[in-house]
Design a protein around this ligand. Structure first.
Ligand code: 13P
Length: 360
């Protein structure tokens, strides 16, 4: 792939009114979610679950790319067809999570640094040869009274720059994911302040390390109050959209191919409604936004399906309908067409959502 190929892949991921589905949970994270849902935690149950997600009928109508995990990219359907082949046949671009997780940052209590740079060049070559066309690296920033510190922000931003440069060298589009965590009692204003600091440092590193901005995708948190912040002043969808947009317009260069949001622990409905508010701007605001604002959700697409499935073959069809429904709600939100009525019983079939959208 040439550098023009990188740009084309980045555009294919974020353009065309579709979003990303993240199914790249590490083995321990996937097992924790399975345990919470009462599902056996084995390689085979993880494979069956990923088969359910990847083979959801009509997935490609709403999903442009799927982020896989190292275990999943090597797996396939029960009939032996590889997941990569299934995605290729459906017209969905395969991606791969390549960081090896966040670990405590030395001498900085409660801060984390994401690891995985050692040997990354070789792993990227292998993933590219397998068929991956983009990659993901997540840096996490827990919010404390005095954290994140400048050191924590710089360590993660530098690693994101190293990762992104290695990806582009290997002709893989880097999805760079700095995530200010929702856990905590912080205000929305503090989340905005930290997100600005993080994005400033991240894009400084992209520039210093020569990363091509039109060949990368930013995956970022919305600007939100902490999950345990006092309930006295609930924020509206519009306030979240305004605070998030103000932050992004200030900190993200216009050349970036596109921005996608993570769900980060929001409910499915809120993740859709807030994305909708972000895309339902006045014509004046819209004219100032240089990127598409999309989604790259894991929990906010998967969570209902996981619980419906419960590890039982008999529930696969119903679970896939739940995946379709959430994917369709988020696709509607990309156009500002999401409506809370879509969450009503009877509105959940993929067909009914499609009809509603065509009416707009
Ligand atoms: P959530 O949407 O569940 O936050 O996950 C997104 C993701 O890919 C985390 O790295």
């Amino acid at each position: 792939m040439t550098s023009d190929g990188l740009v084309a892949t980045a555009q294919a991921l974020v353009g065309g009114g579709r979003g990303l589905l993240a199914i790249d949970e590490s083995v321990p994270t996937c097992n924790t979610r399975f345990a919470d849902a009462g599902i056996d935690q084995t390689e085979e149950t993880r494979r069956r679950y990923r088969e359910l997600l990847i083979t959801t009928p009509h997935l490609a109508e709403c999903i442009s790319g799927v982020i896989l995990h190292d275990e999943t990219i090597r797996q396939g359907k029960r009939d032996g067809t590889s997941f990569l082949q299934v995605l290729a046949d459906a017209g969905i671009i395969p991606g791969i999570k390549v960081d090896t997780g966040a670990r405590p940052l030395a001498l900085h209590p409660s801060e984390m640094v994401t690891e995985g740079l050692d040997g990354l060049r070789g792993r990227l070559q292998e993933y590219s040869a397998l068929g991956a066309r983009f990659a993901k690296w997540r840096a996490v920033f827990p919010v404390g009274v005095r954290s994140p510190t400048a050191c924590g922000v710089e360590a993660n931003a530098h690693a994101l720059g190293r990762y992104a440069a290695l990806c582009q060298e290997a002709n893989l589009v880097p999805v760079i994911e700095p995530e200010v965590l929702m856990t905590g009692t912080h205000t929305m204003a503090r989340c905005g302040e930290i997100t600005r600091h993080v994005l400033c440092s991240v894009f400084e590193q992209m520039h210093r390390q020569g990363v091509r901005l039109d060949g990368l995708v930013l995956k970022v948190n919305m600007v939100l109050p902490g999950l345990d912040s006092p309930p006295a002043e609930p924020v509206t969808m519009q306030e979240v959209a305004d605070a998030t947009l103000a932050c992004l317009l200030e900190m993200v260069p216009p050349a970036v191919a596109g921005i996608v949001f993570l769900s980060g622990g929001q409910s499915c409905e809120r993740a859709s409604a807030r994305l909708n508010a972000l895309n339902r701007q006045t014509a004046f605001a819209r004219a100032r936004i240089p990127w598409s604002l999309g989604f790259s959700y894991a929990r906010a697409i998967q969570q209902p399906a996981l619980h419906i499935w419960g590890g039982l073959e008999a529930n696969v069809g119903a679970a896939q309908q739940a995946v379709s429904h959430r994917a369709a709600c988020n696709r509607a939100a990309l156009r500002g067409d999401y409506d809370a009525a879509m969450e009503q019983p009877g509105y959940g079939t993929p067909g009914s959502v499609r009809v509603k959208q065509q009416a707009h």
